[in-house]
Design a protein around this ligand. Structure first.
Ligand SMILES: O=C(O)[C@H](O)COP(=O)(O)O
Length: 254
């Protein structure tokens, strides 16, 4: 049996303000910093050790991982960063308040943008200041690779590309791996692992800052998964109290 730990970054400043974030590089809120510390303590308390870690180019995930590894006294392990694990790009919605957007476009439309697999939000124009392909961390991307908007399938394509090319070889060779990433990055990976579609995908929300353990067989097919608390695996559907309300919604189906 092979175990991998997935963790969504701690609550961010725009999670707190209920804004569409995507590739906007916002920091963790105070609650998010504490969630990251708690995640590190939970993993240490449960005796987890890691050989390598993966994260995105976005500071909310990078800092979450750094705090977790600091709490575990594991800052010495290799950490691999990639834009392919960045959050799903929310296009021209980035920066907008989610509640205000729902008033303007309707709840149904916003739910479809947020949780369907094949609906892209309006795209960013190339002269939009939020189109940040010129930032140093994205300069090595190929022409047209920097997204102007994404649906979950677009995100899943780049996440799975990296998962298959860079992460599964380590897993199959017995490495203990943690991935600190984003709500939709992890939703797209879980969609692939658990073959989720329809309502079970629409209802899939990953809480911030809680370690999610996937146990995989030799073919890397899921055997079971569970969120981790201080006392070990949490019963399905239970999210620890310390997580802020707006991030505690239904986790992966039991
Ligand atoms: O990018 C964002 O806005 C959040 O990280 C995830 O938002 P969502 O839960 O609306 O997809």
């Amino acid at each position: 049996m092979i175990k991998i730990v997935l963790v969504r970054h701690g609550q961010s400043e725009w999670n707190l303000e209920n804004r569409f974030t995507g590739w906007t590089d916002v920091d963790l809120s105070e609650a998010g910093l504490e969630e990251a510390r708690q995640a590190g303590l939970i993993l240490k308390q449960n005796g987890y050790v890691f050989d390598e870690a993966y994260t995105s180019y976005l500071k909310r995930a990078i800092r979450t991982l750094g705090i977790i590894l600091h709490e575990m006294d594991m800052m010495w392990i290799p950490v691999y960063k990639t834009w392919k694990l960045n959050e799903r790009h929310y296009g021209a919605l980035q920066g907008l308040n989610k509640a205000e957007t729902a008033v303007k476009y309707g709840e149904k439309q916003v739910l479809s943008w947020r949780r369907s697999i094949d609906v892209r939000p309006p795209e960013l124009s190339l002269d939009d200041p939020r189109y940040e392909a010129s930032l140093p961390q994205y300069r090595a991307m190929k022409e047209g690779e920097y997204p102007r908007t994404e649906n979950l399938l677009d995100t899943e394509e780049r996440v799975l590309d990296y998962w298959k090319e860079r992460i599964t070889p380590g897993l199959s060779s017995g490495k203990h791996i943690i991935i600190a990433a984003h709500g939709n990055t992890l939703r797209s990976l879980i969609q692939h692992l658990d073959h989720l579609e329809g309502d079970s995908l629409i209802d899939l929300n990953i809480p911030t800052g809680i370690p999610l353990v996937y146990e995989l067989d030799e073919e890397l097919k899921p055997i079971r998964h569970y969120y981790l608390g201080m006392e070990g695996p949490l019963p399905a559907g239970i999210i620890p109290k310390h997580i802020s309300k707006e991030s505690t919604t239904k986790g992966p189906p039991a």
